[in-house]
Design a protein around this ligand. Structure first.
Ligand code: ZN
Ligand code: ZN
Length: 217
């Protein structure tokens, strides 16, 4: 079981990366990505900090921790250079903070993020079919999220991604200990969003392949 989207106190989460890892392992997860919010003001600091953390996280622990970032509220033209920077530094999981219905994310963000070197477009709101096709073409995961408010568009994302054949991922975008839900609750979220158990199994197979690639296996 995986959750490739969570926040630590390197941005607006409340837990240290170590505590996130320990709590997710205790909840039954095998791999997480710590993906703090980044823009030009902090990307150098948080990429350095999370890479330092993941380099020291023991390989024999029960959980794999990938270094990540979530490029958030950027002027759209900044997705490309900042994704490139994060990748070059060694960040494995790059998320674009998509056009959720509950925040004033700049119009055009979904498109700009999908054109950049990202792995996951988070909470993409009422994403257009053209953008879903671009995600499919570029192999970028579209996120089904448990985050309050952001999750309102899950049925739209699921319906259109299934119709057009784009890859989905189930994540929970945690900021606080209370946000860490069990693997089964994350599956239930997918079912409520309109996925069948068979489709959820396929999502986990695809994410599993992606994780092996990120581990260099
Ligand atoms: Zn976000
Ligand atoms: Zn987030």
């Amino acid at each position: 079981m995986y959750n490739l989207h969570c926040h630590s106190l390197l941005s607006d989460g409340v837990l240290l990366p170590s505590e996130l890892a320990v709590r997710y392992a205790a909840a039954g997860y095998k791999a997480i990505a710590i993906t703090d919010h980044a823009d030009y003001s902090n990307i150098a600091l948080i990429t350095k900090a999370i890479l330092e953390f993941t380099r020291h996280w023991p390989k024999n622990r029960k959980i794999i921790v990938f270094p990540g970032v979530e490029l958030t509220h950027l002027p759209p033209e900044q997705f490309e250079p900042l994704a490139k920077y994060a990748r070059k530094e060694g960040i494995k999981v790059i998320i674009g903070h998509g056009e959720t219905l509950v925040e004033p994310v700049i119009t055009g963000t979904n498109r700009a993020a999908l054109e950049a070197d990202i792995d996951i477009l988070a909470h993409p709101g009422l994403i257009s079919d053209a953008d879903i096709k671009l995600a499919k073409k570029r192999g970028i995961f579209l996120e089904v999220t448990s985050r309050h408010g952001h999750c309102d568009a899950n049925p739209h994302v699921v319906e259109h991604a299934l119709k057009l054949g784009a890859k989905l991922i189930l994540n929970h975008d945690s900021h606080r200990p209370e946000d860490i839900i069990s693997p089964q609750d994350l599956i239930n979220l997918g079912l409520r969003a309109g996925l069948s158990q068979k489709e959820i199994d396929k999502i986990y197979r695809e994410v599993g392949i992606y994780i092996l690639k990120k581990e260099g296996k």
